[in-house]
Design a protein around this ligand. Structure first.
Ligand SMILES: [Zn+2]
Length: 385
């Protein structure tokens, strides 16, 4: 199913046989089961390979739809997609995750209902729901667990919140994990076995794909690099520890550092921004893209701290791709990326970095909803099979 979903065009049984490396009869047996279950349909005839032309297979829309939800610290993004990942409708808006689960999930329900309405689709056609949240999630129960950026969400039963609206399983994961899934299946990571996806926004986290599968660790916590210690005497983090990568390099740290420099240099560009009441993340990062030396220094410091942490992960996991995403990464442009690259390449041994591209996400701000759709689709197909 994953192979058929990943192709833009219908595929033949012969292609499936070649890709899966199993016998023709095994492929025919499984395809027959999936066709009878309504998850695959025959769609035209393929090229002849000398013998009989074989029929092509695709996943029909009637097999069901998926509701995909990406909750960020400061945004919600929802979509309704087919099982093949085609986005039928998508809508996003600013939101404050600290408003708590009732308000945020209530709004998510409204947005999803709006898309279904617009598409003329009944809620019963949704056969799976995927949700990403910006904090640690115990994957087995789907509950956020002591999430530093999400007061009021600790142990909240996110799955149950969708039970009224949908008769479908709900899969909940960390937002960075779903971004890694999206990027791996539909973005830069297509065909890559081992990769990291790093999100740099209000927080910092990392999704780990090993052998083509998301690696969650024992409880679902794997990859939370934001709370690795970068400096023993650093600032206090939202998690209560000191000197965390997140406390030193994520969006709030960048703004805080800009404020400090504005105070030190009353005649500088940062002080002027503060005077105009515009010393926020957006204008600080924009100043970096214009080459303002002080601000470039702040962004480079963030990049160095993140890159040095990633170098440790590179030593442990030897990935062949690092994709960088998140609001700070997209807004900061090349400066941040260049500094991350240079720190990783400097701190890792040549064998680990010989083929290690470090690039901005191809899916950019859609990585989350695309990944939530992948989570829901692969989850429900696994449950069904
Ligand atoms: Zn921390």
């Amino acid at each position: 199913m994953r192979y058929v979903r990943g192709r833009e065009h219908p595929v033949s049984r012969a292609q499936l046989t070649e890709h899966l490396g199993v016998s023709r009869s095994k492929v025919s047996l499984v395809v027959g089961q999936l066709v009878r279950a309504g998850l695959l349909v025959e769609d035209g005839l393929g090229e002849s390979d000398g013998g009989r032309r074989s029929s092509l297979l695709r996943i029909p829309r009637e097999a069901g739809l998926v509701a995909a939800v990406d909750l960020g610290a400061s945004s919600v993004d929802v979509a309704v997609t087919t099982l093949s990942g085609e986005v039928l409708g998508r809508i996003g808006e600013p939101a404050d995750i600290r408003d708590g689960p009732n308000r945020i999930l209530g709004r998510v329900a409204e947005l999803l209902a709006g898309i279904l309405d617009e598409q003329g689709v009944a809620a019963r056609e949704v056969i799976s729901v995927g949700v990403g949240v910006p904090g640690p999630v115990e994957y087995v129960s789907g509950r956020p667990t002591v999430p530093p950026l999400m007061p009021g969400w600790d142990l909240y039963p996110v799955r149950e919140a969708f039970a009224d609206g949908y008769d479908a399983p709900v899969f909940v994961d960390n937002d960075v994990n779903i971004m890694a899934l999206g990027e791996h299946r539909y973005g830069l990571g297509r065909g890559v076995e081992n990769m990291l996806f790093v999100k740099i926004g209000s927080g910092i986290g990392c999704g780990i794909v090993v052998g083509g599968r998301l690696y969650r660790g024992s409880q679902g916590y794997a990859g939370d690099i934001g709370h690795v210690q970068a400096a023993p005497n650093g600032p206090v983090c939202a998690c209560g520890n000191v000197g965390c990568v997140e406390a030193m390099a994520a969006a709030p740290a960048i703004v805080r550092e800009a404020e400090r420099l504005a105070g030190q240099d009353p005649g500088g560009a940062l002080a002027a921004l503060r005077e105009a009441g515009k010393l926020d993340l957006g204008s600080v990062l924009k100043a970096a893209t214009y080459g303002d030396t002080e601000v470039v220094g702040i962004v480079r410091r963030s990049g160095r701290i993140i890159g040095e942490t990633l170098a440790t992960l590179v030593c442990v996991l030897n990935p062949s791709l690092i994709a960088i995403g998140g609001g700070v990464a997209y807004a900061a442009g090349h400066t941040l990326l260049a500094e991350i690259r240079s720190a990783v390449y400097r701190r890792s041994l040549p064998l680990a970095t010989r083929n290690l591209p470090i690039d901005l996400s191809e899916l950019e701000d859609a990585a989350g909803v695309v990944g939530a759709s992948v989570l829901a689709t692969e989850g429900v197909l696994e449950v069904a099979s």
